[in-house]
Design a protein around this ligand. Structure first.
Ligand code: MOS
Length: 750
């Protein structure tokens, strides 16, 4: 491993031994033993249960609720409705910042989508609250539901959060297409998908005077805290959120949604702690989803197989009351060196809960279309799909012309192809069979995801006993983030990982930013790294300025921190333990804070992305059309790998999401009613273990001095991006049938 690039640290820490170790999740034993306390496992004394009643129609209004019947039911304490609820301090429809989404918290009788909360029943038991919600027997005035990407007039949505412009271009696309020898003009469709975290959204809300205690899974503690503060008109320091464990988030727990706000309102209404947990079908509406898309790709190539133009338009949907859209066409900004690129989006308003970030938002939907179209063009040019991609390899980011901060994609192609045995692929489709007569297809896709940085802070302490403490309000959605961050913390303070107390997951700790955008390890890690460097610098000050210390006169830059000791660079035999330094100085502890943040100068100069190459084999029954994925190889370059074991797990997970995108997942909306017909894990298909083939992940070495101090690019989302296209392209190669509507179904192959 190379030395860390310590740009800001006055004391030069030598690269420690924790980063790079394949540790297992440090909280794994607690989880396996059932001792990990998730939000809904909390039962404060006097707690009541709240159950949402949700709309059975997608558009219209509620004309009556039988509140009296619900209240008569034994155990029911109160029923919260638009007419009977605590007042919020601000209108929940107001967007106070780009990361606020409009929510439904009983502000009116209007129904904007199916499964919208329309009342909350609060009772002594879950059973009574559930029965009370049934007894409400809502009646409606129903209007026709708007469904699908053709539901009405389209509009150009505003930018999502801090993302790219809705429309983007470089070069003359029409001229490029006109001059092309070969053209592809194809439409690809992707379905609505739902996050389906194993742990549903949940809250245990406990008002305590004018303050509130909240147990709630969240990917963004401080974003949630700020939203609670403004909605309830209370100071930040009156709110305490605990989110120690999440059973998955995938973007759906990134922003405060309506249901946990309803839990807070219910607790306020009855003056007792309240627990509100969503049922599975209630997660298909008020807590976000991935919007469907219809994407048109027009690609031109010259006689040599070189791209002349790439035009990617994505139509998607948003809700009738907010503007989030799936930025699918942005996937075409980065990968292929077309001299002319145009990306554009529009959206149609439908009766749906507002879509939201869902694992690899934009890139997942956009890349399955782009990688399919590239595969189609390779075939049109008579070229091997890998050779075609190499011919159009982007040496600089095509849409901006900026150099990449690092890009080991060529090595990903090489290593992935070698491991897979790609060289033996026959160019023509429907040529390969296995011994039992099944059609065999080999496909590939390129993976890409931006290397983002958000804002985070951390606090580091070295105690009198020589042990360390690292505090950061970081989130672990189950992927092992806390383990990776504790590894960074150990190296940052020069201690063994077991000598550092790692505190995370509550809102009273320094703000770690959002766990999203595949940026959490990089962002929180940078904060930890900088806090550690700062606390070691303070320790070094105490020693190097004290003539009784063997380190006297070495200067901050003249010592390194390792194994709980500061050591002279020029003479490693001269050292002193942290405990000795603090004891002689007569102080109980030293502490310091650090930040992780984007580097605007580096972002101005470089394009920053992780990359990968995924190769998939499928077998298709020629009579039945049944598709099985039989093996996948993914090679990914994502900068520094903090923990190879956890990184592989993330990439396995992403590859499974990718095959799921290609073959399984789809939320099916009834066009007449606007209701989702498979709002459950039985009928919303995701791959089970029997569907998942042997997966092989290669992490390709990549050093990036620009993305952040630790050179981390993030691995949370990239795995899905190349994998979906690889599986789709393998299905074409097996059958010769190009399916452009996902998920690919058996009937389309017959
Ligand atoms: Mo993600 S969609 O950034 O949790």
């Amino acid at each position: 491993m190379p030395e860390l690039n310590l740009t800001s640290a006055p004391a030069h820490l030598r690269h420690g031994s924790s980063i790079g170790q394949p540790l297992t999740r440090r909280d794994g034993v607690l989880k396996v033993k059932g001792q990990a306390t998730y939000a809904a496992d909390n039962h404060p004394p006097g707690m009541l249960f709240a159950v949402m009643a949700v709309s059975g129609i997608a558009h219209g209004r509620v004309t009556s609720l039988d509140v009296a019947a619900a209240k008569r039911h034994p155990g029911v304490v109160d029923v919260m409705t638009p007419d009977h609820k605590p007042q919020l301090a601000i209108d929940p429809e107001i967007k106070t910042n780009p990361f606020v989404f409009r929510m439904e918290v009983l502000q009116s009788n209007e129904v904007r989508y199916a499964n919208q909360p329309i009342a909350v029943v609060i009772a002594e038991t879950l059973e009574a609250a559930t029965e009370g919600a049934v007894l409400l027997a809502p009646r409606y005035e129903e209007l026709p539901a708007l469904v699908g990407v053709d539901a009405g007039a389209s509009f150009v949505p505003p930018v999502v959060g801090v993302g790219n412009p809705t429309e983007n271009h470089r070069g003359d696309v029409e001229a490029g297409l006109a001059s092309a020898d070969k053209q592809i003009d194809a439409i690809y469709e992707t379905p609505p998908q739902y996050h389906n975290a194993m742990e549903p959204h949940a809250i245990v809300a406990h008002w305590d005077g004018d303050g509130v205690q909240i147990d709630m899974p969240t990917q963004g503690l401080m974003l949630s805290l700020a939203r609670v503060a403004e909605l309830f008109g209370i100071a930040h320091d009156k709110i305490h959120i605990r989110s120690p464990f999440l059973g998955g988030g995938f973007g759906s727990k990134g922003l405060m949604a309506g249901p946990p706000v309803l839990g807070l309102m219910a607790a306020k209404l009855v003056g007792r702690p309240v627990k509100l947990v969503l049922r599975r079908e209630q997660m298909y509406g008020p807590v976000g989803h991935r919007a469907p898309t219809r994407q048109r790709l027009r690609i031109g190539a010259d006689g040599e197989g070189r791209l002349t133009a790439l035009d990617h338009h994505a139509r998607t949907v948003s809700s009738t009351f907010d503007d989030f859209y799936e930025p699918a066409a942005d996937a075409s900004h980065t990968l292929y060196a077309a001299p002319a690129i145009r990306t554009s989006h529009d959206a149609v308003r439908v009766n749906t809960g507002t879509p939201l970030f869902m694992r690899a938002p934009g890139e997942a939907t956009g890349s399955i279309a782009l990688e399919s179209a590239i595969d189609e063009m390779a075939w049109a040019c008579g070229m091997d799909p890998l050779a075609f991609r190499l011919k159009n390899y982007a040496e600089v980011e095509p849409i901006t012309g900026k150099p990449f901060s690092s890009k080991a994609l060529r090595a990903c192609y090489d290593q992935g192809a070698a491991r897979f045995g790609w060289a033996k692929r026959l160019l023509q489709p429907r040529q390969m069979r296995d011994d039992s007569g099944l059609l065999v297809g080999w496909g590939m896709g390129t993976a890409t995801f931006p290397a983002l940085m958000f804002q985070a802070q951390a606090r580091a302490v070295i105690r009198r006993d020589g042990a360390g403490v690292m505090e950061i309000g970081a989130h672990d959605m189950g992927q092992g983030a806390w383990t990776a961050l504790a590894q960074i913390a150990a190296d940052a303070v020069g201690l063994d990982i077991d000598r550092v107390e790692f505190k995370a997951g509550t809102s009273d700790l320094p703000d770690a930013g959002i766990a999203g955008g595949s940026a959490h390890t990089a962002t929180a890690g940078a904060a930890i790294h900088s806090a550690g460097a700062a606390v070691i610098a303070k320790l070094a000050d105490l020693a190097t300025n004290d003539e009784r210390s063997p380190l006297f006169g070495a200067g901050n830059a003249g010592v390194i921190a390792r194994d709980g000791r500061l050591i002279r660079r020029d003479d490693e035999s001269r050292s002193e333990s942290y405990a000795e330094i603090l004891a002689r100085a007569g102080v109980a502890e030293v502490e310091a804070r650090g930040t992780g943040a984007p580097n605007p100068a580096a972002m101005e100069e470089y394009a920053m992305h992780a990359h990968g190459a995924v190769f998939a084999e499928v077998k298709v029954d020629p009579e039945l059309g049944q598709i099985r994925v039989t093996r996948m190889v993914g090679a990914f370059a994502a900068g520094r790998i903090v923990n190879p074991h956890l990184v592989k797990s993330q990439l396995f997970g992403g590859m499974i999401w990718g095959m799921s995108f290609a073959l399984h997942e789809e939320a099916i909306t009834d066009r007449r009613s606007g209701r989702i017909m498979n709002a459950n894990l039985g009928e919303y298909h995701i791959p089970v273990n029997a569907d998942v083939p042997p997966l092989d992940v290669i992490t390709v070495e990549e050093h990036d001095p620009h993305v952040n101090a630790l050179g981390i690019k993030g691995v949370g989302e990239i795995g899905i991006t190349g994998s979906a296209g690889a599986v789709a392209n393998a299905v074409w190669h097996a059958t010769g049938v190009r399916v452009r509507r996902f998920p690919i179904r058996i009937e389309e192959l017959l």
